[in-house]
Design a protein around this ligand. Structure first.
Ligand SMILES: C[S@@+](CC[C@H](N)C(=O)[O-])C[C@H]1O[C@@H](n2cnc3c(N)ncnc32)[C@H](O)[C@@H]1O
Length: 247
């Protein structure tokens, strides 16, 4: 019947849409083309509004404006000077982060796919940010983390490190990457917030990393658990003890 044909056509369209979304290829080029051609260059707010406009009518891998607000809240509270973003895509979350960083703040953002990295970097420049404020590393998160010490120009004492990490790349990598950041002493010992994004993902994707966090109460706690974002907080025990004993 005509009804069955309509349902079949709709299912076919939905499947094609989901496949395109998963592959992400169409998404990157068309998101970039839309934002680049429609926003006012040099105006951060216009860049973000144009991204939101695009996501309102097209499938998009960018974080939603709701997650964006939760991200803004964390950045305003933490006031980080060194931020690491894993999974840059077209630069939407990078621009959101950069616009709230203090003047000496710096963002290192990592993107696996070279074309995506190139297009995302262009959008960050279009938003008006300079290479003194951000750096794009085109590699897997695991490889990028190995080079971070020299990228961040950290000295051996590691008195400084990352104050904020945004993970929005591959949930399978969240735990291995956190362990690598810890091993490399790249997280600021006096405190680092790690934001884990998850959406459309199988339940339980974060189970592993959260059970690791719960097993390390000496230096980790779960600060907040929102529908699409969990914030964990890292702090070295020695510093906590110092603070308590000084009180
Ligand atoms: C969901 S998108 C990120 C969206 C972005 N944070 C935003 O809100 O605009 C995930 C991105 O991570 C990249 N990616 C996936 N696995 C990665 C890995 N292991 N290392 C670095 N980037 C990765 C993908 O190519 C994709 O562009």
């Amino acid at each position: 019947s005509r009804y069955c044909v309509k349902v079949a056509v709709l299912c076919h369209r939905a499947l094609a849409w989901a496949l395109r979304l998963v592959r992400g290829r169409v998404c990157v080029r068309s998101t970039h083309a839309f934002v680049f051609s429609k926003c006012t260059h040099g105006k951060v707010d216009s860049v973000l509004e144009t991204f939101d406009l695009y996501a309102g009518t097209h499938p998009s891998l960018c974080i939603s404006p709701q997650i964006g607000e939760a991200l803004d809240e964390a950045v305003r509270r933490v006031r980080p000077s060194r931020v690491l973003e894993l999974g840059m895509h077209c630069g939407y979350s990078s621009v959101r982060l950069l616009r709230l960083l203090p003047s000496a703040g710096r963002l290192i953002t990592v993107e696996l796919d070279p074309l995506t990295a190139e297009l995302g970097e262009e959008i960050i420049l279009v938003a008006g940010f300079k290479h003194s404020q951000f750096q794009v590393l085109t590699s897997s998160s695991a490889e990028a983390i190995l080079t971070l010490r020299s990228v961040l120009e950290l000295n051996q004492e590691a008195s400084e490190g990352l104050n904020l990490v945004l993970m929005d790349h591959d949930p399978q990598q969240y735990l291995p990457d956190l362990l690598a950041l810890e091993r490399g002493e790249l997280l600021c010992p006096s405190g680092c917030s790690v934001l884990l994004i998850y959406r459309n993902q199988r339940a339980g994707d974060l189970r592993e990393i959260l059970s690791y966090i719960r097993a390390r109460p000496d230096c980790y706690c779960i600060k907040s658990k929102l529908q699409f974002m969990t914030e964990i907080f890292y702090q070295k025990e020695s510093i906590r003890v110092d603070r308590v004993s000084r009180m």
